[in-house]
Design a protein around this ligand. Sequence first.
Ligand code: SF4
Ligand code: SF4
Length: 233
Amino acid sequence: MQKVLFGLTIESSNEAIMNTTFDKAHEARYFSLATLPAEGELPGSRFLDFMRCKDDGLIYFGVGTGKPCNEDLEKHPVVTLNGSFVGEDTGYAEHRMLIAFRITGRIKRCDNPRAEEEYWLRNPGSRKMWEKSMESFAIYCLFRGEGELYQVYKNDRIYRLRFGFGGEAPRPFHYQIAEKECIGCGACKEACTAGIIELIDGKARIPYQHCYECGVCLKACPNGAVKKASRPA
Ligand code: SF4
Ligand code: SF4
């Protein structure tokens, strides 16, 4: 029987959450890559083939250098990957078997020959396709960033765990309670869409692994004790 989020919990280490997410991304293989546009304002998204390199443990992907996607990557070397896969049966009827992940970070051209070799071994069809013009294909490495692994239950409750890699910290949850300003009135607990806020010793507390980041608690607080965290730069 498979456990929720492969047995990961809030007690799991950053390394364990990252390793599971990267390994699952490697298995899922084809998923979406979002970029900022080189021209215009509309964001781009397309399906690509990803791998986790056995040598350095990082995520790699490749793209033809003449493609609009590559223009985006050259101008803004930042990406978000989003994928999902069917989890195994958890044995709990309320759990959806769909598990999803997000990885956001900075990319650079691959400078690891072992990763390049592994990429072509995994993609013999692309190797053949590009062999007449290898300089027209670029392999990129996602070297620094943060991400999240999550599972949504049938009752729409969410279980999410975050991690950082390459020296970056996990993304902070968007709504935070400033303990000093909390007067323990319980208005946020009453309003919380997920029904998760706890009052402990007269102070509100959010179990973030189940938070929707909806902001209803911020609107409900009469004392301004719920604050918005800054978005990653
Ligand atoms: S952000 Fe939404 S789900 Fe999270 S604690 Fe506040 S009200 Fe609840
Ligand atoms: S509504 Fe604001 S002051 Fe009241 S318990 Fe929640 S965080 Fe604290």
